[in-house]
Design a protein around this ligand. Structure first.
Ligand code: DX5
Ligand code: ZN
Length: 215
C-alpha cells in the first residue's frame, strides 16, 4: 500500500522536521483549502514550492478550492507531482484535468462522499488518480463514513472494467485499524493525517501501513 501522510495533522511550527519523520512515505499529502469549497483555510502555493525545494518525497497536492482551473498551472510549477481537484468544484472538469497534464503533473479527481461515482465515468481515460473521500473534506481527525466501503468497491470495479490504470486513493479516517480492509478492496494508496502525526512514532506508523497487502 502506498501511504501519503497528510501534513494537515502535523505541527505547522516545525513542518520540515515533521515531514522528515515520515520521509519513508510514498508521497506527502498537502491539503489546500480556500474557505469556500470547504469551511477551512490552510496553505497554498508558496508552501508547496518550499516543500518541493527542500524535500525529496513527491507531493500529492489535494485542492479543495473552487474553480481549481484558475490555479492548476501554478501548483504544478510550484512542484505538485500529483494534483487532485474536486469534481464538484468546477463545471469544466475535463478541461481542468487537461490543464494539469499539460503543465506536467499527474491529474487526480476527488469525489465528496455524496457525489456519485458516475461523475468521473467520461474522464476516466484522462485521469491518473481517483480519490474517494471517506470523510467530508475540510478537517483532519474525522471518522470514516461507513457507506464509503461500498463506494470504494464500486470504484475499484469501475477502474478495472474500464481498463483504467488510474491509482485508487482513499482520504479520511484511515488508520492502521482499517488499512487491511482497504488493501483487500484494491485501494492503491491512502492518505492518513491524524493516525500518522497523532501517533507516538509517525515513521513506524507509515511503515506499518505500507505493509498492508491485497488479500
Ligand atoms: C480532509 C483532508 C484529509 C485529512 C485527513 O479534508 O483532505 O487529507 O487531512 O485527515 P485524517 O487522516 O485525520 O482523517
Ligand atoms: Zn486530503
Amino acid at each position: 500500500m502506498k501511504v501519503a501522510p497528510s501534513i494537515l495533522s502535523a505541527d505547522f511550527t516545525r513542518l520540515y522536521d515533521e515531514i522528515m519523520r515520515v520521509e519513508d512515505a510514498d508521497y506527502i499529502h498537502v491539503d489546500v483549502m480556500d474557505g469556500r469549497f470547504v469551511p477551512n483555510i490552510t496553505i497554498g502555493i508558496p508552501v508547496v514550492q518550499k516543500l518541493h525545494e527542500k524535500i525529496s518525497v513527491p507531493l500529492d497536492v489535494h485542492l479543495m478550492i473552487v474553480e481549481p482551473e484558475r490555479y492548476t498551472e501554478r501548483f504544478v510549477k510550484a512542484g505538485a507531482s500529483i494534483l487532485t481537484i474536486h469534481a464538484e468544484a468546477t463545471p469544466h472538469l475535463h478541461r481542468a484535468i487537461q490543464q494539469i497534464r499539460q503543465a506536467g503533473a499527474r491529474a487526480g479527481v476527488a469525489l465528496n462522499p455524496s457525489t456519485p461515482l458516475d461523475t468521473v465515468r467520461y474522464v476516466l481515460p484522462d485521469i491518473d488518480l481517483l480519490l474517494i473521500m471517506t470523510v467530508n473534506p475540510g478537517f483532519g481527525g474525522q471518522h470514516f463514513i461507513p457507506a464509503m466501503w461500498d463506494k470504494i468497491g464500486a470504484a475499484r470495479d469501475l477502474l478495472d472494467s474500464s481498463g483504467s490504470s488510474a491509482i485508487l486513493e482513499v482520504d479520511g479516517g484511515v488508520s492502521p485499524d482499517n488499512i487491511g480492509r482497504l488493501a483487500s478492496l484494491g485501494v492503491d494508496m491512502v492518505v492518513a493525517g491524524s493516525a500518522v502525526f497523532g501517533s507516538d512514532d509517525p515513521g513506524t506508523t507509515v511503515r506499518l501501513m505500507q505493509l498492508a497487502r491485497r488479500s
